[in-house]
Design a protein around this ligand. Structure first.
Ligand code: ZN
Ligand code: ZN
Ligand code: ZN
Length: 164
């Protein structure tokens, strides 16, 4: 007669999460790529300096375009708009969640379900650069990163002001 599972139902409902949804809501259609991802450590190959050529066909169906390269095992597989082989690959291997598009060099995280900004997320820069060079024959025009300037500005001010 008595139900055991009644204890875990809604005692409190906090509404903090709703504010976040409003802030990051999908009002605009264009979604900014994320600048962080918690899956980088387990989902990146240790050798991303060598990746298949961007004109590689899908390993499974040989489709020549719209392919992605898995950043964990470097398999080249077609997009969800072709035969979904990269999506299947992730479903079969949950830790293979990062893929780089050979169409536009965007990086997708299946676990975040979002695009990642390969210019801001430093671990993704080398493979982005490698793919860019393979595809276009020259290095990508990276945006200026403010961190690079900080090192030079530290010489200002005196060094004699030690606190006691
Ligand atoms: Zn395919
Ligand atoms: Zn993989
Ligand atoms: Zn992620």
């Amino acid at each position: 007669m008595s139900k055991e599972a009644a204890s875990s139902s809604s005692l409190h409902t906090t509404e903090e999460e709703d504010d976040e949804l409003l802030l990051y809501g999908s009002g605009s259609g264009w979604v900014e790529p994320r600048t962080h991802c918690y899956h980088l450590d387990n989902s990146l190959s240790s050798d991303l300096a060598h990746i298949p050529n961007p004109d590689t066909c899908c390993y499974r169906c040989q489709h020549p375009q719209e392919n992605w390269v898995c950043l964990r095992c470097k398999d080249v597989l077609c997009s969800r708009f072709v035969n979904k082989h990269m999506l299947e690959h992730h479903q079969n291997h949950n830790d293979h969640c990062l893929a780089l598009s050979y169409s536009d060099l965007s990086v997708w995280c299946f676990s975040c379900n979002a695009y990642l900004d390969a210019q801001v997320i430093l671990p993704l820069r080398p493979v982005y650069e490698t793919a860019y060079i393979l595809k276009f024959g020259e290095a990508p025009p990276f945006r200026a990163v403010m961190d690079l300037h900080l090192a030079d500005e530290n010489t200002e001010g005196s060094t004699s002001g030690n606190q006691s």
